[in-house]
Design a protein around this ligand. Structure first.
Ligand SMILES: [Ca+2]
Ligand SMILES: [Ca+2]
Ligand SMILES: [Ca+2]
Length: 278
């Protein structure tokens, strides 16, 4: 399986590599090459099996969002339909939209500090007063039945997160209904066991950051990839899940923050492979 993944890497970097976030793994290549050379010198060494080449037969950008607009959720005809849903869990009270002083909003780099890509980014924030809030940004449901793997990356900026506060990329491994994000929002589904964590950024992080005092290079990029066989391909849903107990200082936005997470340039690319017989 490792070898198959390695060959997938090799082929992908010829194809998806130009999409700016994925890099060729020189070290992995060198280590496999050395293994083969060492084996040639040894008597009785079994060479690693040669795997048939795997090629990409289709790739599709399922999401690419730099939040260069005013509203996160855009439902007007003629504008790109990102299909996001915003859900707030305010101490167990789940709403399909902003809570009281709890939200995920787009701000620009004049209102807040530098963003990662172009001039705007998305900021998640809770409410002052140390109550617990989860803020979810949920994708629309995609039919990825014909794809094998997803490459996913996003830029993020944690702002003074304490222990127990986080940003996670999660994928539903059941139906959208079972995950609480079908036609109806359900607390059982949203908090249930069907969400799998793909990327997990946990506090404590950046204790002295306040959302305005960082440099552009404080932004980090999360890169991940996962095979779709582990998920429900025909109802593929992912979400950004953030948790924190504070937000803007005195709920005054866009002021300085006590807790927050910003994201920018979210990109997902679905890929279909085909093994080529020798
Ligand atoms: Ca942006
Ligand atoms: Ca804090
Ligand atoms: Ca906090």
């Amino acid at each position: 399986m490792k070898i198959i993944k390695f060959f997938i890497f090799l082929i992908l970097f010829g194809s998806v590599g130009c999409s700016n976030q994925v890099e060729f793994d020189d070290k992995a290549f060198e280590s496999v090459s050395e293994e083969l050379l060492d084996c040639e010198k040894e008597i009785g060494c079994e060479e690693p099996p040669i795997t048939p080449p795997i090629v990409i037969v289709r790739e599709e950008v399922i999401i690419r969002d730099s939040f260069e607009r005013q509203d996160v959720i855009v439902n007007r005809p003629g504008l790109p339909g990102f299909g996001w849903r915003k859900i707030v869990d305010d101490g167990g009270n789940i709403t399909g939209g902003p809570g009281q002083n709890i939200d995920a909003l787009i701000f620009n780099n004049v209102e807040m500090g530098p963003v990662s890509h172009l001039t705007r980014a998305l900021y998640f924030f809770g409410r002052r007063g140390r109550s617990i809030h989860n803020i979810y940004l949920v994708s629309r449901t995609f039919d990825l039945s014909v794809f094998d793997e997803v490459f996913f990356n996003f830029d993020y900026l944690p702002i003074s997160l304490e222990v127990g506060e986080y940003l996670k990329l999660e994928v539903c491994n059941n139906t959208a209904d079972a995950c609480g994000v079908g036609s109806e929002l359900t607390a059982e589904g949203l908090n249930g066991p069907h969400w799998m964590s793909i990327y997990d950024i946990q506090g404590p992080l950046a204790p002295n950051r306040n959302g305005k005092n960082h440099r552009k290079d404080a932004w980090k990029t999360a890169e991940t990839q996962f095979f779709l066989e582990d998920f429900n391909r025909s109802e593929f849903v992912f979400r950004m899940n953030t948790r924190m107990d504070e937000g803007f200082i005195n709920n005054n936005r866009p002021g300085r923050m006590e807790d927050g997470v910003a994201i920018d340039f979210v990109e997902g690319i679905a890929v279909r492979y085909k093994e080529v017989p020798e």
